[in-house]
Design a protein around this ligand. Structure first.
Ligand code: PMP
Length: 372
């Protein structure tokens, strides 16, 4: 039986091969007689799972040696507090607001730091990213925060800003929750990257943090020790019990990705190419349609999260509902847009095959032929 195509924004679809392997290993991992859920996080079995996962992730993203990879908990929203507690020293923090998630990050950071909005895409209704040359960056900023892919608004930084070239020495912090591992990361431009695992990486409960060595050891006294990056790094993410099962599944996803081939490429380069092809296919269909539209400026469109709406007078509650009911009947699941913006959203993360996007495009065309 073919599984439906699942367009959830997160927790999201995982590669079927990984789910099958998890099922096969559920009761007895590698002859240990235990499920991974039942193992001590300090035992030799889980230690090997965790070390392999970290090394595979480091290889996949070519993480430089002066960055630590931390497996934490709390998700992206907790990082909105954990980052300022660790990096701001209670001083100036500059935030670039490009949609719902960076808005939330700015609001949370205000509790710990002197936050200024360096730029906002508000006036374009978050359909474009303000050009970095226009950002008002302060000389004394402890860091500059951007959300490199806005999951709700569907805007993505296709290149990270080069703060040094803008005359700013502060480290760049990126919330890459919803596109991490969909492409490479230009580490020379980044001080810290964080993201919840539940979109491109594995089950909810695991948060990935990549932090440059020189940013460790600056935490405010109020920072809980389990959220102090220096403490977590010193304990190799074992200061407290990490989300062991999520780390295990993430590790299997890393192995899947290492072997992933597409268009003559392997690994992250291959998945990036497939993500480009999937996004082009869907945006192309939306742009040609007289019934549907995506409103994001072409050079800021997310490859991962594609919000779309019925155009003008067609945009009625009844027709939106009919679209979603018809989608489900065709095994196209979880296409409802975020409640704050309405409409539809297709999240097409790494695990979504090209065939899933082809099936969605075919449905868009059929729906338009019937209702347009
Ligand atoms: N940042 C981004 C870009 C997100 O997409 C999300 C979740 N959708 C969050 C932060 C919040 O993450 P969490 O739910 O893991 O706290």
């Amino acid at each position: 039986m073919q599984r439906p195509f699942n367009f959830s924004a997160g927790p999201a679809a995982l590669p079927e091969e990984v789910l099958s392997q998890v099922a096969a290993e559920m009761l007895n991992w590698h002859g240990s007689g235990m499920s991974v859920m039942e193992m001590s996080h300090r035992g030799p079995e889980f230690t090997s799972i965790c070390e392999t996962a970290e090394q595979d992730l480091r290889d996949l993203l070519q993480v430089p040696a002066n960055f630590r990879i931390l497996f934490m908990q709390g998700g992206g929203l907790a990082e909105n507090a954990i980052v300022p507690m660790n990096l701001s020293s209670g001083g100036a923090v500059d935030m670039v607001v490009t949609g719902s998630w960076s808005t939330k990050s700015a609001d949370e950071a205000k509790r710990y730091a002197d936050v200024a909005i360096a730029a906002s895409g508000d006036s374009s209704k978050f359909t474009r990213i303000p050009d970095p040359s226009t950002w008002a960056l302060r000389k004394n900023a402890a860091y500059v925060h951007v959300c490199s892919n806005e999951t709700i608004d569907g805007v993505e930084f296709h290149a990270l800003p080069d703060l040094k070239a803008l005359g700013c020495d502060a480290p760049l912090v990126i919330d890459c929750s919803s596109h991490q591992l969909s492409r490479g990361i230009d580490w020379a431009k980044v001080g810290l990257a964080f993201g919840g695992a539940q979109k491109n990486i594995g089950p909810a409960g695991l948060t990935l943090v990549f932090v440059r060595d020189d940013l460790l050891g600056r935490a405010l006294p109020v920072c809980p020790s389990a959220f102090n990056y220096k403490t977590v790094a010193a304990a190799q993410s074992m200061y407290n019990t990490p989300p062991t099962f999520s780390i295990y599944v993430a590790g299997l996803v890393f192995q899947w990705l290492k072997q992933f081939n597409y268009a003559g490429k392997t690994g992250v380069a291959a998945i990036e190419q497939r993500n480009i092809d999937k996004a082009n296919l869907l945006y192309g269909a939306l742009d040609q349609s007289n019934l549907f539209e995506n409103r994001v400026a072409a050079d800021c469109r997310s490859r991962m999260n594609i919000p779309f709406y019925l155009r003008g007078d067609y945009n009625t509650p009844e027709l939106n509902a009919a679209f979603l009911t018809g989608a489900k009947a065709r095994n196209l699941l979880q296409l409802k847009g975020h409640k704050s913006v309405g409409g539809m959203r297709a999240s097409i993360y790494n695990a979504m095959p090209l065939e899933g996007v082809q099936a969605l495009v075919a449905y868009l065309k059929d729906f338009e032929a019937q209702h347009g």
